[in-house]
Design a protein around this ligand. Structure first.
Ligand code: PBG
Length: 327
């Protein structure tokens, strides 16, 4: 005779905050958050980004203060994007020593040293007059291999400016290998690569285009991935690991948790996820209308991203959330 099945009571471990705290499977800490930050040339005080309420384009001085606050709050790092005054077909301000992004990197490095991982966006779209992530051929198509040479120049100038990590986000084939080889050959073997590996051609990037004053017409569907494809995302991740990525990323985050979970189960290197501008803006807009509990949604969405397998999360709420953890 088998004994009768016990009456299971999963609610027992939910009865108090203390009990729930003991059994919690996913914990988010400030250390695993990275703040994407914008530095803009030609301004002398922060400019609000209207499509991303609460976010700013910083001048160098306010960037320093923001970085110091991030370090104080104990977040893991900053990912810096530059908004230049001058744009041209090749995006030459991207690797100019006195280009705004490189000056921003140096300013943060002076301000916080190693207290934050200083990561720089390694992509041309903010610097080209056509707004694409690479150079164009005669037919106006984004030309992969000549673009790699420019990414290499950009990554080297970022390493020389003090970046601990570069992050190729342009989805050109071979970008991780090209950058890894160049860093190693030029005395920057210790500079890490955060690879935007599975980056989808997503409408969730909409608000970001204002943040960087994007000039893009058309779309990025010949280099960023089709949102319908998961296997292809896994392939991109595996290729980037082979090419030498130290960390691989899935982007956007919330609408791609299935891709993230699969990548996390297969990856031999740490996995990042980017909670992008559209994810941010939707929550801020609904909250401004009083339709949602803003803070609870922020915490729940970041927890979900970590639960799905992200070791770290790039989020515009990084500083705010880290401060809340401290209370
Ligand atoms: C391009 C880049 C984009 C974002 C980060 N890097 C925009 C794009 O691919 O069109 C989007 C980030 C966001 O939406 O928060 N280098």
């Amino acid at each position: 005779m088998t004994s009768p099945a016990p009456f299971f009571r999963p609610r027992r471990v939910r009865q108090s905050a203390a009990m729930r705290g003991l059994v919690r499977e996913t914990r988010v800490s400030a250390q695993q958050l990275i703040a994407p930050v914008f530095v803009r040339e030609g301004i002398d005080s922060p400019v609000p980004i209207t499509s991303m309420p609460g976010q700013f384009q910083f001048d160098i001085d306010s960037l320093r203060r923001y970085a110091a606050e991030c370090a104080e709050a104990g977040i893991g790092g900053i990912d810096l994007f530059g908004v230049p005054e001058m744009r041209d077909p090749t995006g030459s301000q991207a690797w100019a020593e006195d280009g705004i992004l490189n000056r921003g990197i140096t300013a943060i490095a002076e301000e916080v040293g190693d207290a934050l991982v200083i990561c720089a966006d390694t992509c041309l779209d903010e610097f080209t007059d056509h707004g694409h992530c690479g150079v164009l051929d005669e037919q106006g198509r984004v030309d992969n291999d000549p673009t790699l040479d420019l990414y290499v120049k950009m990554a080297l100038s970022q390493a020389e400016s003090g970046a601990h990590m570069v992050s190729p986000s342009g989805m050109m084939d071979g970008q991780v290998r090209a950058i890894r080889e160049a860093l190693d050959d030029n005395g920057h073997a210790d500079v890490a690569i955060l690879a935007y590996s599975a980056k989808y051609a997503s409408a969730f990037y909409g608000p970001f285009r204002e943040a960087v004053d994007s000039t893009l017409k058309g779309d990025r569907r010949t280099y960023q991935q089709d949102p319908a494809n998961k296997r292809e995302g896994v392939r991109e991740v595996l290729l980037d690991i082979e090419e030498g990525a130290d960390i691989v990323m899935v982007k956007p985050a919330l609408a791609y948790l299935d891709v993230l979970a699969e990548v996390a189960s297969l990856s031999s290197v740490p996995v990042a996820a980017y909670q992008v501008s559209g994810e941010y803006a939707m929550v801020e807009a609904a909250a401004a209308n009083g339709w949602i509990n803003r803070d609870a949604i922020i915490d729940e969405s970041i927890t979900a991203i970590v639960r799905a397998g992200a070791d770290m999360v790039l989020t515009y709420w990084a500083l705010e959330v880290a401060k809340r953890f401290r209370k």
